[in-house]
Write a protein that binds this ligand. Structure first.
Ligand code: AMP
Length: 429
C-alpha cells in the first residue's frame, strides 16, 4: 500500500503515525511533511499549495490513496485534479469544499437543509451590515466569508465593536478577498464540540466528539488561536447527542450537497454549539477536512485501522459500521512559539527529551531542520503533545509533563486542557 499525505502539521503527523502504526509496511510519502513525519516515511519537497506539483507527484508515484490534510488545496481543486487522473483521493471536490471555503455558501446549505444554526445575513455594503448588526443586537458575530485561517471571526461585545469589525473587513480589507463578503450572525452561547464524520456523500460514520480550546491562555482567556489543545471523549456528547447530530445535521447537509450538484466526500467536520446540558446542538461552522488539534487527540484512541475507512470513502463505499474506540482518554497540549498568535518567532533551537513515556505522542507541527541538522521552530504552533490515560486527569497530567519536557526559548502552552470536562467529572463525583 502506498499513501501520499499532503500537509506539514501535527494533524498530518498524527495521520502518518496512525497509518504506519497499523501497517508498518506502508509506503508513506509526505508532501511536504515535517521532521516528525519524516520518521514514518519518505518526504517530497512539494508544498501543499502547489496543486500542479502535487498532481505531477501523484501521477509519478501512483499512490493507492492521496490523503489531503489542509483545506486550502481542497478549495483549490486538488481532489478534482486527482480524480481527473483516476487517482483515489480522500477529500472533497472544490465545489464541495465550499462548505468551508465560503461561510456564505455553508449558511445557504444549512438554511436549505433546515439544519439548526445561528441566524445570519450576508453583506457586502458596510451600512447594510451595520443595520443587520443592530437588528440582531450585541453581542453579535462578524465573519469574513472566505478562508482566513480561523482568524476571520470577530465576536463583537458592543455595536461599536461590530461597526469597527465591519469597517475593517469591508472597507479596510483586513482579510483581503476572504472578507469581501461578510456574515452578520447571531451570537450563540454554550459549549463548543467538534464532531467529525467520515462520509462518501451518502453513508456516514461519526468519530468520537472532541473539544478544542481556541483561546491562547488558561481558563479560555486571551486571543483566539488555531487551537491550543483538545481532548476526547467529551461526556457532554452522549451517544444520543451524536445520533441527533448525524440525523439532524450531517445527513440533511449531505443531502443538500447532493441536491446542489456538489456531493461531499471525505471528512465533514461539524463545529457545534450545545447548551450546558448537552442538548440543542447548533452548527457554528463546517470544515471539509480533519480538524487540528482534535485529530491528534482522536487517532490515538481509535481501536481499529484508519486506512480501510479512508479507502472506503475514496471508493464511494464508506462503511456505516460504528468506529471502535479504546475507551481511554486523550489530552492534546499544543506548544506554540514565542509571539504566537500575532507574530510567532521562528528559528529557536528545540531540545526534545531523550525518552518519551509510553502512551505519549509528540506530534510535530511547526518544526524544521536547520542547515546544521538542529531541530528549530518554524511556525506558530510547534508541537501537539498527546497523552492517553485510563482517566482524563491522568491523561492531562501526563500531557502537561511531556509538554514541559520539550524545551525552546519562549515556548507557550496551556496546562489546563480539558478543564471543563474535569470540572464536570468533579461535579458528578
Ligand atoms: P469559525 O471560524 O466560524 O469556527 O469561528 C471561530 C470561532 O468563533 C468558533 O470556534 C466560535 O468559538 C466562535 N463563533 C463563531 N460563530 C459564533 C457564533 N455565532 N456564536 C458564538 N461564537 C461563535
Amino acid at each position: 500500500m502506498k499513501v501520499l499525505l499532503v500537509g506539514s502539521g501535527a494533524r498530518e503527523h498524527a495521520l502518518a503515525w496512525k497509518l504506519t502504526a497499523e501497517d508498518p509496511s506502508l509506503d508513506l510519502i509526505a508532501a511536504p511533511g515535517n521532521p516528525g513525519i519524516a520518521q514514518h516515511g519518505r518526504s517530497a519537497a512539494v508544498k501543499a499549495a502547489d496543486i500542479a506539483g502535487l498532481v505531477a507527484l501523484a501521477r509519478d508515484e501512483r499512490p493507492d490513496l492521496t490523503l489531503v490534510g489542509p483545506e486550502a488545496p481542497l478549495a483549490a481543486g486538488l481532489a478534482d485534479a486527482l480524480r481527473g487522473e483516476r487517482l483515489p483521493v480522500f477529500g472533497p471536490s472544490a465545489a464541495a469544499a465550499r462548505i468551508e471555503s465560503s461561510k456564505a455558501f455553508a449558511k445557504q446549505v444549512m438554511v436549505d437543509a433546515d439544519v439548526p444554526t445561528a441566524r445570519a445575513e450576508r453583506h457586502v455594503r458596510p451600512d447594510d451590515a451595520k443595520r443587520a448588526a443592530r437588528a440582531l443586537g450585541a453581542p453579535v458575530v462578524i465573519k469574513a466569508s472566505g478562508l482566513a485561517a480561523g482568524k476571520g471571526v470577530v465576536i463583537a461585545r458592543t455595536l461599536g465593536d461590530a461597526d469597527r469589525a465591519i469597517d475593517a473587513m469591508l472597507v479596510g480589507h483586513s482579510f483581503g478577498e476572504a472578507g469581501r463578503e461578510i456574515l452578520v450572525e447571531e451570537f450563540m452561547d454554550g459549549e463548543e464540540l467538534s464532531l467529525f464524520a467520515l462520509t462518501d456523500g451518502t453513508r456516514v460514520a461519526p468519530m468520537l466528539p472532541a473539544q478544542d480550546h481556541k483561546r491562547l491562555l488558561a481558563g479560555d482567556a486571551g486571543p483566539n488561536t488555531g487551537g491550543m489543545g483538545a481532548y476526547a471523549p467529551v461526556s457532554l456528547a452522549t451517544p444520543a447527542l451524536v445520533h441527533d447530530v448525524v440525523e439532524r445535521v450531517v445527513r440533511p447537509t449531505l443531502r443538500a450537497m447532493r441536491d446542489a450538484g456538489s456531493p461531499f466526500s471525505g471528512l465533514l467536520y461539524a463545529g457545534l454549539m450545545v447548551a450546558p446540558d448537552g442538548t440543542s446542538p447548533r452548527v457554528v461552522e463546517f470544515n471539509c477536512r480533519f480538524g487540528d488539534p482534535e485529530t491528534e487527540a482522536l487517532l490515538p484512541l481509535m481501536a481499529e485501522p484508519l486506512l480501510p475507512r479512508l479507502l472506503g470513502v475514496a471508493r464511494g463505499e464508506a462503511s456505516e459500521a460504528a468506529i471502535e474506540w479504546s475507551g481511554r482518554h486523550a489530552v492534546t497540549t499544543v506548544i506554540a512559539a514565542s509571539g504566537y498568535p500575532d507574530a510567532p518567532r521562528t528559528g529557536d533551537t528545540i531540545r526534545l527529551p531523550d525518552a518519551i513515556p509510553p502512551d505519549v505522542h509528540i506530534f510535530h507541527a511547526g518544526t524544521s531542520r536547520a542547515g546544521d541538522g538542529r531541530l528549530v521552530t518554524a511556525g506558530g504552533r510547534v508541537f501537539a503533545v498527546t497523552a492517553v490515560g485510563d482517566t482524563l486527569a491522568q491523561a492531562q497530567r501526563s500531557s502537561v509533563r511531556a509538554a514541559a519536557s520539550i524545551e525552546f526559548a519562549g515556548s507557550q502552552y496551556r496546562a489546563d486542557i480539558a478543564w471543563r470536562e474535569l470540572e464536570r467529572h468533579a461535579g458528578a463525583a
